[in-house]
Design a protein around this ligand. Structure first.
Ligand code: GDP
Length: 379
């Protein structure tokens, strides 16, 4: 567990007063999950977002070890911020290992299990008589990092995003936006949006209406920007016009993290930790958690655990596997029996041949002996 530097400003204290109070009453915990292939820049993005390095880079040896284990793991980092006397706990959930393997079938399962597990844990605590100290690990927003291929969504992206979108506030992100030209980036974003609509992937859409002047327009702009293109960097670099900015330096110039012309980093940061943090918390509560609750309580109000369901599913799979294994063993046994019979027949034939050869040799030996005796007699 890490307690982030109190000096880091992520803007929690800038939340409107009302938001302040409600977030505070809810325990001032915000949980952000990042999902995406290794190397898409999740760690860099989180560090850039928090403007301070809170997360150690996964060292290559550990990454190799993970590859050998072929697992997706879940890392939770807790950072406590204090701004103007207001404390907020930010949980960042990383999912290293996702999408790293040749066969990524069910790669999303540990991530889905984690999200469902947090809902279940909250539900169990809520059903206890003593509920003052509920630990809330529910994921309020899930950033899905899409590799900037320039093509469109891959099958793994579609399958995973579909499952995430039905459980959590899913926010698609185009990683490493600086690797595409502005034209290619705009086209890629359009293709991703089309794929999201075509495959009916449920993504988080900020509410548009607002009484405050200019906010509705800003919200429309936020919706239009999805999927959010981001550039991550932990270095301050100098632009050709002499400004020092957070960005990535190239021979041709600088890709600026906080420049709206270059990427949507600022828009996404505002959405997450300023304008829509409260909405992300309430939609998690009212939509996703409620859906979980209504589908995981039986007629008697008892929790139908995902673990129990998994057991039933696993049992069915196990029975199928056992049946398939028994059939294969039977088939192999029959084959071995045939081979055995063939070998016995072969052995019998060889034995007969051997006997035949043996008697032939005996005959020849006798003939030689007889000839030798005859020869000896003549002498
Ligand atoms: P993770 O495995 O998803 O956590 O990825 P990392 O954050 O470790 O980044 C992998 C590599 O991509 C590192 O070399 C980063 O410096 C680089 N990287 C991260 N963000 C960006 C970006 O926005 N643009 C470019 N060009 N490279 C990036």
């Amino acid at each position: 567990m890490l307690n982030g530097a109190a000096s880091s400003t992520i803007g929690i204290a800038n939340l409107p007063n009302q938001t302040h109070k409600i977030v505070s009453r809810k325990g001032a915990t915000f949980t952000l999950m990042v999902v995406g292939e290794s190397g898409t820049g999740k760690t860099t993005y989180i560090n850039t977002l928090l403007t301070t390095t809170i997360k150690a880079y996964r060292d290559p040896a550990k990454r190799r070890e993970m590859l050998a284990r072929k697992t997706v793991s879940i890392d939770v980092i807790r950072v406590e911020f204090e701004e103007k006397g207001f404390r907020t706990q930010l949980n960042v959930v990383d999912t290293p290992g996702f999408g790293d393997y040749v066969n990524n079938r069910d790669a999303w399962q540990p991530i889905i299990d984690f999200i469902d597990g947090q809902h279940e844990s909250y539900l169990r605590q809520e059903m206890q008589p003593e509920r003052s100290d509920i630990l809330d690990g529910r994921v309020h927003a899930c950033l899905y990092f899409i590799y900037p291929s320039g093509g469109t969504l891959r099958a793994l992206d579609i399958e995973t995003m579909k499952r995430l979108g039905s459980r959590v506030n899913l926010i698609p992100v185009v990683a490493k936006a600086d690797t595409l030209t502005p034209k290619d980036l705009a086209q890629f974003k359009r293709r991703v949006r089309d794929a999201i609509a075509h495959y009916e992937i449920n993504v988080y859409t900020p509410p548009v209406e607002s009484d405050t002047e200019g906010v509705a327009e800003r919200n429309v702009a936020l919706i239009d920007a999805m999927p959010y293109a981001v550039i991550g960097s932990e270095d301050d670099v100098q632009t050709p016009d002499g400004r020092v900015v957070r960005g990535r330096q190239y021979l041709w110039g600088v890709s600026e993290v906080e420049n709206d012309e270059h990427c949507d980093f600022r828009k996404l940061r505002n959405l997450l930790i300023r304008s829509h943090m409260l909405d992300l918390v309430t939609t998690t509560e009212e939509r996703h958690y409620e859906h979980f609750r209504s589908t995981h309580l039986d007629a008697n109000g008892r929790i139908v655990s995902t673990v129990t369901r998994k057991d039933a599913k696993f049992k069915e799979e196990e029975d199928n596997l056992r049946r398939r294994f028994a059939e294969q063993v039977k088939a192999k046994e029959a084959m071995f029996r045939q081979w055995e019979q063939k070998l016995i027949a072969e052995r019998d034939k060889l034995n007969k041949d051997l006997e035949h050869e043996h008697s032939y040799i005996t005959t020849l030996t006798q003939e030689i002996k007889a000839l030798e005796e005859r020869l000896a007699g003549k002498k």
